[in-house]
Design a protein. Sequence first.
Length: 255
Amino acid sequence: MCLIDTHTHIYDNQFSLDRNETVQRALDAGVKMMLLPNVDASTIAPMLELHEQCPDCTRVMMGLQPEEVKEDYKEVLSTMEKELECGIYVGVGEVGLDFYWDVTYEKPQLDAFETQLDWAKQLHLPLSIHCRNAFDKMVKILEKKQDGNLRGIMHCFTGTEEEAKVYLELGFHLGLGGVTTYKNCGVKDYLPNLPLDRIVLETDAPYLSPVPCRGKRNEPAFLVYTAHRIAEIFQMPLEDLATATTTNVNALFRF
C-alpha cells in the first residue's frame, strides 16, 4: 500500500525530539511521501533541513500561511518569491484566507493570496489553499484568477456539498484529513456523491488527529486511519482507495 500525505508540518518544533522516528513510522505505515507546506519566514530553514535529510520521501512547497500575514507581509513575500526561483518546490502553499479569529489583516491577506495565486500560474505549480470563515471571498478571487492555469488542493476541506462542488467546478481537489473521521463532520454524509479522482489525503500534522488518536499529536502514520474511514464511506478496499488517491496526487503535482 502506498499513501501520500499532501499536507504535513513535521518540521514543526513539536517533532524536535522524535522527527526521524516520525518519518520512519510513516514509512512503515505505508505513507511513502509527505508534502511539506511552508508557514512563514521562520519555517523555511527547518522545512528545507528536513527535506535535505529525507529527500526521497518528502517534497516542499513555498507560501505564506494566511494567519501569518502581518505588517511586514510584502517583505516576507519578496523573500519567498526569490526562494521559489531555486526550483525545488513542487507547489505554492500554504496560502489562503482565514478570518476565524481576526480580520485586522483582511486586506493584506487578500493581497497576499492574489500575489501567490499569480506565482502559481507563472510557475505552473499547484496550490495548497487554506480557507476558514472566508468562503465567499475565496471563491470570488478564485473565479477572477482562474483562467485554466490554476490547480491545487483545498486543504482540510470540511465544508458543505455545495461548497465542495464549487471548488470542484473551479478545478480544485479536496484535501481530506482527520476531521473526516469525526462524528460531527458532515462531509462523510455526501462524500460518495463526489468524484473519487478529485480526492486527496492529508494529516495537517501535528494538528487534527483522526479517530482513534484524537487528543494526541497528529503525525503522518495516522493517515491510515483517515484512509480507512474514507474507504469505508466509498465502500471500497483500503488498498484501492490508497491507489486512487496516490494516483490523484501524482497527476496533480505531475510527479
